[in-house]
Design a protein around this ligand. Sequence first.
Ligand SMILES: [Zn+2]
Length: 693
Amino acid sequence: MIDPSLTAVSNTSVVSDSIQSGKKVMRFADSMKMSTYLVAFIVGQLEATKPVFVGKTPLRLWTVPGKQPLTPFGIEIAAASLKFFEEYYGISYPGDKLDLLAIPDFASGAMENLGAITFRETALLVDERTGTHAERERVADVVAHENAHMWFGDLVTMSWWNGLWLNEAFATFMEMLAVDAWKPEWKRWDAFGVSRAAAFSVDGLLSTRSIEYPVRAPKDADAMFDVLTYEKGASVLRMLEQHIGPTVFREGVRNYLRTHAYGNADTKDLWVSLGLAAKQAVPELMDGWIFQPGYPLVTVRQDKETELVLSQQRFTYLSSPESTEQRWQIPVPLRITAAGTTEHRRLLMTDREVRVSLPKGVQHLFVNEAGHGFYRVRYESSLLQRILDAGVDHLAPSERFNLVSDVWATTVSGLTSLSDYLRLTSHFTGERDKNVWAVLLDSFSFMNRIIATADRPVLEAFVRARLTPAVTDLGWRPKAGEDELIRQLRGELIGALGKLGNDPAIQAQAAEQYRQYSTDHACVDPNVVPALVSILAHTGDEARYNEFSDHSRTATTPQDERRYLFALAAFQSPALLTRTLVRTINGEIRTQDAPFVVSAVLGNVDGRELAWGFVKTNWDQMDRLFPKQGLRRMCGGIVGLATPELEQDVREFFHSRKIDLGGKTLEQYLEQLRIAVTFREREQQSLSGLLKL
Ligand SMILES: [Zn+2]
């Protein structure tokens, strides 16, 4: 029974809708047998699109009034992924209709209520003409992810929260498959490397956890919604899928869903189904990845001319005596080029060390071919040199990504010298893959956080030397027939050159481009707009601040709103950043965004101390105001406070206030901060000298 001016949506179709004594009475059909956490009643001023039919299922998108023009892209991926999953799973969609609803203030990304999926607006609505590639990819990902849950999660539910990864890792894995099938030109699995790397960085901590662990209290379950459940989980599933083959893997998934439909299941049930399909023992292979924390580093060296020696040990950024005994079963695809011919081998490494015989005249070789394995590789220097001598172009983009990511990680951990890493980056000035650039830029940002202020100009010059050739080559405007990944790359490189590289010429051009864009949006490629906004914020004064602040309030798309809102965290002036911080707790910035804005100021080297002081002063209010997961994410910003003094202060604050963020979250943030400060202490003396090379 609701107010007649409103409407209501639930898991199933409306069976009757009438007015009784001034109230609207709506009745819904019985739902299928399902878990209570999936029940939804949504009431509000909402408008729906006309239904699109996927088989027998009517599909609609709901928005608050006025936002219907932003729905076509979401409808397209919703319909495509629904159809994809019906075919992949071999089971019809289990509900009687499917509604996707964009909610203006929503703490999570989305929630997979059967038949009535709720989203924050940036995850469902986008203007196809002005959205960037990354923004459209985000919508496609989240919509496909939630649709995948209609089977994985809703039709078959985990028995208890310890099995959350079954829902979330699978939905993340399936989201990749569906988006990749829908837009192969997006090369979605290459971009997944960035997600895998995010999981690597948390799982390389001593304070990581296994994917699955016992859950007793609600906060144990809350702390499970992290990169280890989603991204590590999806990564190890991808590794298994590639190891046993995609068709066999799909057979196993179908068997699992059919066997447990309308019921609950456990990790071992999945292994049984996959094992039946693969005709091999899956638990032996997979248990090490699911029930052990961390992941291996595979060290590769050549012994004499004819033998390759691979050995495994757990990878951690900080050293620990206890981590040496762990073992994993590691699928290792290996590519060897010798005497002009290339051969491909597949090993399953089960012991600490394995020896592989090599043909005569090896020119170069590559371990973890195609890059699906959830482990890092470290080559002895002569083997690495041969890979580089052969030219990095002979590697697939995912392999180049892993090469940079692995060498950088071993540099941070102290196994590789910083000068070797910096030299490696010089091989990538011709790189045109946005993901490889993402890992390079990430390492430059890390250095930016730890470098002494006086040395920063040297880092800026280094960044300019690495980026300028690519930016000059790409120019400011897309060339005819250029694909959208290159367009996205152009935006990202321009943004980095203007901010990290502090390049005055780029900053001047950005101002000019933005001036033109303000009068005619069509004259700048949408993928470049985020770079313009972030550069102008970085160099901006109060007038610019007021302009962007107005734009964030009057924006007509959720993406523009977000863009201008987060730009307010990127200025340099303490007075302007203080205005931003104040607005996160005075009700001006919605609580779905506020903790992320605070985190962004913590990540801004010009604002981090200011933001940290603000967090300390206003902690109680933030704790009351912000959604729990938002507060937890906000605290992730402390990893940017990478000076010994700030680290000390951070530790004292969290300790004295007895703050618990659930699970091992706080411990992990503090360890990441420790890693950054350790790196700073080790490298700071030599860093500016090395960057001048
Ligand atoms: Zn999910």
